[in-house]
Ligand binder design. Structure first.
Ligand SMILES: [Ca+2]
Ligand SMILES: [Ca+2]
Length: 327
């Protein structure tokens, strides 16, 4: 009997030892997978990638189709892009960051520049002066909502508009986060102009340019896609207001100082914005915002005023002096 009991004990001990061994092996394997997983993860790929982006941004003076003063160019869609053998060198000029080029970056649409730089992650670019500690430029996606981010910094000189050179920091981040949807606000409606063209104002509050492809204006009768002249870039730069006019040429001759003027598919916003009252919707895919008015209660009914939104995201609208292109 004792012999059998010993045998059972040995079997139990053996089983326990085997179980322990398998558990240890499993946990070791899991750890290895975890470690290998981290090594192969895109997180680690971001470290070299962010250095490549930094190098691209400051690696040369930049040259677009032979035009070196490209900071004056528009960067929506169109022929003038950085590809096809041209160098990126977006922010540098003679090895020094250029304030003008930093400003010009606000005209670059988000997807366009990421494509130029070969980035599939979220991308943010920031330039700060060191003393005083002040932000000169922020371009890119919403870093605050990033779950993972990799940042690389470089100390450089920034040449200001006045020609001074001050110490600054260029910071590039690649991150994983839901992309901030490109959002435009309807901010002003001239539905009953005393003369000239009906127009509406759209404002881009973001840090990157918004491409206008697929954005639509609709009144109660008709939908119109926003369209651009083939000779102009089809985007609204960061923190800029643009005008969509029934007749862009008439609007531009009335307001020559407004830089960003686009039209719609035909020569009317909807079927023409009703002078007595109407409803206007700005939409893109699932995004949609509608403003309705009655001339008798809301005003701006042919007296020279326009309906102006109290602030870009505000609910309130006021009949007041028209300020096309300014928010
Ligand atoms: Ca009208
Ligand atoms: Ca305005």
């Amino acid at each position: 009997m004792r012999h059998d009991e010993q045998g059972v004990t040995h079997v139990i001990e053996y089983t326990l030892a085997l179980t322990l061994f398998i558990l240890l092996l499993q946990s070791f394997t899991t750890t290895m997978e975890f470690r290998l997983g981290i090594d192969l993860d895109s997180q680690d790929q971001r470290y070299p990638a962010v250095r490549v982006v930094l190098g691209e941004l400051i690696g040369s003076a930049g040259n677009a189709s032979g035009i070196e003063a490209w900071e004056a160019l528009e960067w929506g869609t169109g022929e003038t892009q950085l590809r096809n053998g041209t160098t990126v060198g977006l922010l540098a000029s003679d090895g020094v960051l250029s304030a003008a080029k930093c400003q010009a970056l606000a005209k670059f649409p988000y997807s366009g520049l990421r494509e130029e730089l070969g980035v599939s992650d979220g991308l943010a670019i920031e330039v700060r002066t060191l003393s005083p500690d002040a932000r000169i430029l922020f371009w890119g996606g919403d870093l605050d909502s990033a779950s993972i981010s990799v940042t690389e910094e470089r100390l450089l000189l920034l040449r200001t508009a006045e020609g001074d050179e001050v110490p600054a920091k260029l910071r590039v981040s690649l991150f994983e986060a839901p992309f901030k949807s490109d959002t435009l606000y309807l901010t002003e409606i001239m539905y009953a102009p005393t003369s000239g063209s009906e127009w509406v104002e759209l404002y881009n509050p973001g840090d990157t340019a918004v491409l206008l492809h697929g954005w639509k204006l609709s009144d109660l009768a008709e939908d119109d896609l926003i369209i651009g002249d083939a000779t102009v870039q089809f985007s609204i730069p960061a923190r800029t207001a643009a005008i969509i006019a029934a007749s862009p040429s008439i609007f531009s001759s009335d307001y020559p100082s407004v830089s960003y003027v686009f039209g719609v598919e035909d020569s009317a916003l909807g079927d023409g914005l009703g002078d007595g009252g109407d409803s206007l919707t700005l939409s893109h895919g699932a995004l949609s915002y509608t403003k309705s008015w009655e001339a008798t209660t809301d005003g701006a009914d042919g007296d020279g005023n326009s309906l102006t939104r109290d602030c870009p995201p505000c609910d309130g609208w006021t009949a007041t002096t028209a300020t096309p292109g300014a928010v």
